[in-house]
Every structure is written in C-alpha cells, then in structure tokens.
Design a protein around this ligand. Sequence first.
Ligand SMILES: Nc1ncnc2c1ncn2[C@@H]1O[C@H](COP(=O)(O)OP(=O)(O)OP(=O)(O)O)[C@@H](O)[C@H]1O
Ligand SMILES: [Mg+2]
Length: 242
Amino acid sequence: MSTNQEQRTSVIELTGATPFASGDNRLCFRHPDFPDRCIKILREGRARSLQASSPFYKRAMREAYFDDNRREYRAYQQPAIVRGNAAYDRHIARCFGWVETSLGNGLVTDFIADSEDEPAQTLEAYVASHGLDEPVRQAVDEFCEFLRRSLVLTKNLMPHNLVLAEDGGDLRLVLIDGLGLSTVLPLAKYVGYFARRHVEKRIQWFNFRLEWEVSDRSVSWRDTETRFRFRGVSPTYRLKGF
Ligand SMILES: Nc1ncnc2c1ncn2[C@@H]1O[C@H](COP(=O)(O)OP(=O)(O)OP(=O)(O)O)[C@@H](O)[C@H]1O
Ligand SMILES: [Mg+2]
C-alpha cells in the first residue's frame, strides 16, 4: 500500500459537494487536490444500522467494526499487498490512507477514469449493455490470472465493485471495493494452500455470477446462488505454482 499521501493540514471541504457515485455504504468524491484520486466517506448512520441488523454474536462488536471504510483499509494491509511481491495497481485501486473532511474521515484511493476522465463504467453496467463480449472476457481472464498469481484476497467479486479501465483499445478490470476476507477464520491470509483455495473459489463464483448477469434472469440470483458448487483447485493451477 502506498502511504505517501501528501498531508494537508486543513480539513477538506466536501459539504455540499456532489459525489460522483455512491454505494450502499459509502459516498465517493473526486479528490479536490488530486484529480486522479477519490475520497470515500462512510454514509451517515451506516455503521450503526449494519450493527443493528447483524447476527447477535456480532452485535457486541464496537460500531467501528461495521465501518466499511476501516474494513477496507485493513484489507489493504494483507500480506499479498504489503509484501508487494507482485505489482497490484493494474487491477486494484491503490490506497493512499486517510484524510480529514468536513463529512468525517475519508479513505483515499485511485480514481479510475474512462477516456473522457469520467468515472470508469462498472463491469455490471458493461455486461448489461454488451453482454460477455470478447474484449470483456479477455479482461476477466486477465484479472483472474492476476488473482491467482498474486493471491490477493477478496470477498465475492460483485460486478458493481469492478470497473473497466481502457488501455488503448483493450479493457482492464480494476477492483474498487471488496478486498479482504469475509470468512471467520483468516487461514487464507497465512497459509498458501488456503489462499489458493480462497482465490480459486472467488474466481469460480465470479464466473458463475457473470453467466447469471447475462442470462434471462428468470431465476433470481438468490436461488441461482444456492446452486453454486466450488469445483476445487485445478491441478494445472497447483502445478504452475500459483
Ligand atoms: N476508485 C474508483 N474509481 C471509479 N469509480 C469508483 C471508484 N470507487 C467507486 N466507484 C464507483 O462508485 C460506486 C460505489 O463505490 P463503492 O463500491 O466503493 O461504494 P460502497 O458503498 O462500498 O459499495 P457497496 O454498495 O458495494 O457496498 C462503484 O460501484 C463505482 O461505480
Ligand atoms: Mg461497492
């Protein structure tokens, strides 16, 4: 993770600014000082409502535990990223740490732009209009090979948490949300075998989800997902030493 976020002493004024996008948990703003970065702010009351709706055994955790921004920041500290054996910034927005804003603490990451300097399109939006065409299939394959090589740990790869950067005529997938582990035991963080299993399962789930995205969706995702079966780590993957 890059930690060289140039500090500015004043609070960044975001009150009244329009976020360029938002998700269930966070508002995303362009960074006023660095146009190639964005600032993510937790939506007001979001941590509290997640805490209230969590299972009873998690409810005792402090509210900060449910803060998506803090979780993501911690996920950037995972060994595969911190050790930096493989460059990851082609496929994962880099994190530059925290800034203080008028809306609270903000997490700064790369802003992924399209050729017009607008926010890059999500994979979800792309497949909704183009389907799984050849350029996007290639981008998906390249992204999956990157995960196998780097063993960067992610949660389930949701198509709205990946955006498509454009390199000349080629598409490149960049993960902008969803790093880390959602499993209870963090074995995959420390043991290669479990990391490979974890990554392979996310890849198979991702491809399964993409097939559903382009299907007629007559079966809901909730019902479809119950049919997902992890087929294990293929011998080629093991032999290649990923
Ligand atoms: N670094 C980025 N570069 C370009 N667009 C981004 C970036 N980060 C977020 N976005 C856009 O903003 C949307 C919401 O951002 P993000 O996924 O971080 O919010 P969230 O609230 O954590 O999402 P979720 O609803 O998945 O929990 C994304 O789906 C994407 O369209
Ligand atoms: Mg998201």
